[in-house]
Design a protein around this ligand. Sequence first.
Ligand code: FMN
Length: 158
Amino acid sequence: MNSIIVVHSLTGNTYSVAKKMKEKLMDNGHTVTIERIEAEGNADKTEGNPNKLRLTSLPDISSYDLVILGGPVRAFSMSPVVAAYLTSIKSLQGKKIILVVTQFFPFPWLGGNRAIAQMKSICKSKGGSVIGTGIVNWNRRNRENKIVELAESLSKVV
Ligand SMILES: Cc1cc2nc3c(=O)[nH]c(=O)nc-3n(C[C@H](O)[C@H](O)[C@H](O)COP(=O)(O)O)c2cc1C
């Protein structure tokens, strides 16, 4: 399957998870590319208003069947940069989508679940089919093993 991993990552955590996912998907025979969503200036701050963000890199997903979208949790919500990116996309009709977030706190209910629910809701409203989700809790023992497990399990839902 022709796949793209689209990731917003300020300090590199989500990007490192994206790279692990790419590895596992490729092991399973998929063609995978990674592209970053980037925004201008201070736009990564939680105070950012998604409507006022200026994105400087908007990966084009139109030619891909599978889209893996990743980003950090910001203030118990999805990243404003991911929100702005999703808003910019006209349609996700016919796309399979996997959503992944990373968060500092050790429990998904401290932002991860909400961020995923928000991202899922926008994807569905644009016709996308969310086939898998994952949350990585950065401040957790065993994190590296969890990332490998998550990448393995998500690469199998495709
Ligand atoms: C402004 C701001 C708000 C954040 N809010 C949360 C939060 O609500 N819950 C949480 O667990 N982590 C929160 N974090 C931590 C990030 O989600 C976490 O460090 C993430 O892994 C960073 O990913 P990145 O390196 O890909 O940018 C916040 C970080 C920043 C800078």
